[in-house]
Design a protein around this ligand. Structure first.
Ligand code: ADP
Length: 334
């Protein structure tokens, strides 16, 4: 089932590292964000100062981490990584910030999940390049202001709207990443096949791209599974037959929906008669956080015309019923 989820675990991160584009010019698609970012970076390089802080938003697997690394690469500085959930206390963040060197890029993944005190510390640091280091405990504690060298925060979030305004306002540039078109995913696949040293036929690339849920991470993952199939059961070449057979083995459906997407659609149709149903009720019925359903599953389902959002809740479209092999209910009174 992991074959089609859009998140990545540690093992996969290692496989991904090999396929990550290192320069802006190798980053496929997202032309608008790429162009805007290129201006921000070149202007900063020209002035010899670190660029404004950058916020990247969009669903998992669309290239936020990759872009953050590219930013550091293009600036010729080093790259430090942390994440909202990894920072338990404001002090953890103060330690990271006070160890930054001039011009470094600090990538904060899932920045919307930072705890409030850490968030407050962060926006002071981003604005004034200063942290208050608290020394001692209780009534005798004192805060010693520490000046930081200029640096650039690159924050990633699945939805910029989840960030409190004071934090959001500290970012000079916000780029929103959208799902990739099939043609763009084909280019990602061709590039990856080249790096993996395998032959990928054009029709096989098109087949994999069309089932990758608009997501490069999934495209690369499916490519590795097709390569496995070709190696074990085929002649090593990644042709259409290998692509179809491997996708069949891994139960990737025609739209490339993942387990969560399918779960949400199935619950919507079979338990709630197609809706409308509130987000939290829907989330409980699939055993997920409302936030996960809203930021991970929903954007793709809405984009594919399978789910609609109405003031009274989420609804399944006729296409959703058809996709699940179910008959849509007839409207009352007909
Ligand atoms: P996110 O941080 O948004 O979850 P990542 O940056 O980790 O996503 O990207 C996931 C994988 O997809 C990486 O292996 C990366 O190489 C690949 N990838 C993402 N975007 C692109 C792109 N525009 N061009 C080529 N490969 C990409």
């Amino acid at each position: 089932e992991r074959v089609v989820t859009s998140g990545a675990d540690d093992l996969e991160r290692a496989a991904e590292a090999a396929l990550r584009p290192r320069a802006l010019a190798d980053f496929v698609g997202q032309a608008t964000v790429r162009d805007q970012l290129s201006l921000v970076l070149h202007a900063a390089l020209g002035r010899g100062v670190p660029p404004d802080h950058v916020l990247l938003s969009g669903p998992p697997g669309l290239g936020k981490t990759t872009l953050a690394m590219i930013i550091a690469g293009e600036l010729g500085t080093s790259f430090r990584v942390t994440s909202g959930p990894a920072i338990q206390h404001a002090g953890d963040l103060a330690a990271v910030l006070s160890s930054l060197e001039e011009g470094e890029v600090l990538f904060i993944d899932e920045i919307h999940r930072l705890a409030r005190p850490a968030e407050e510390l962060l926006y002071v640091a981003m604005e004034d390049f200063r942290v208050d280091v608290v020394v001692g405990k209780g009534p005798g504690a004192s805060a010693i202001p520490l000046t930081l060298p200029p640096f650039t925060v690159v924050g990633a979030t699945t939805r910029a709207g989840l960030l409190p305004a004071p934090l959001r306002d500290r970012f000079g540039f916000t780029g929103h990443l959208d799902f990739y078109a099939a043609g763009e995913l084909e280019r990602v696949l061709v590039r990856s096949a080249g790096l993996l040293g395998v032959r990928l036929d054009a029709d096989a690339a098109a087949e994999i791209a069309s089932r990758s849920r608009g997501t490069p991470r999934i495209a690369n993952r499916l490519l590795r599974r097709v390569r496995d199939w070709a190696q074990v059961r085929g002649d090593g070449g990644l042709d259409l037959r290998a692509a179809r057979a491997a996708l069949e083995v891994y139960e990737v459906d025609a739209l490339g929906l993942d387990r969560l997407d399918r779960g949400v659609l199935e619950a919507l149709c079979t338990r709630f008669g197609g809706g409308p149903v509130g987000l939290s009720t829907l989330a409980v019925s699939v055993g997920e956080e409302p936030d996960t359903v809203e930021t991970v599953a929903e954007p793709y389902l809405v984009r594919e015309g399978l789910m609609g959002r109405t003031p009274r809740g989420r609804v399944a479209t006729p296409a959703a019923w058809t996709h699940l092999g179910l008959t849509p209910p007839q409207p009352d009174g007909l």
